[in-house]
Design a protein. Structure first.
Length: 156
């Protein structure tokens, strides 16, 4: 079994299934890609490379799979509302694949802060936020939004 992360990349062998041998009847095989979620992509490309006993190879047509993650990426931002110069904490329900990021957007849509989502409980260095409405966003390695929450910062 081979997988590709996209049309711009080549295929990589990700596993093998032993054949049932020569037969005139069809055979069913199963292969599970246990690392699909770690690829940081929503589209994955697969193909089967069949190697016959005489060494000749045949490639199947490419199959595109839309990957939807099963984890709960619920984002909790607290305290919310927060006062100016107060520490902001973020809690992530279940950690996404490696490469996830947290971004904080201001009310004009610009990124005010961003950093890696390295654990389920993070303290953001946002003590300089002034009064206003912000959006805290969790994204996967491909930049796709997984979860977001509004953050209100009030005056003292």
């Amino acid at each position: 079994m081979e997988r590709s992360l996209g049309p711009e990349t080549g295929f990589t062998t990700i596993g093998q299934v032993r054949g049932a041998g020569t037969s005139t009847r069809g055979a069913n095989y199963l292969f599970r890609d246990e690392n699909a979620a770690r690829q940081g992509r929503t589209l994955l490309y697969y193909r089967l490379r069949q190697v016959d006993q005489d060494g000749s190879e045949h490639l199947s047509p490419v199959v595109v799979i839309t990957w939807k993650s099963q984890f709960t990426a619920a984002l909790q931002v607290y305290p919310n509302p927060a006062e100016e110069a107060q520490r902001i904490n973020v809690r992530i329900g279940t950690m996404p694949a490696e490469g996830a990021r947290i971004q904080v957007y201001g009310n004009l849509g610009s990124v005010i802060w961003q950093g890696p989502a390295t654990s389920q409980a993070l303290e953001l260095p946002l003590s300089t936020l002034s009064k206003g409405l912000y959006h805290v966003v969790l994204t996967d390695a491909a930049g796709q939004r997984l979860s977001s929450q509004r953050l209100v910062v009030t005056g003292r």
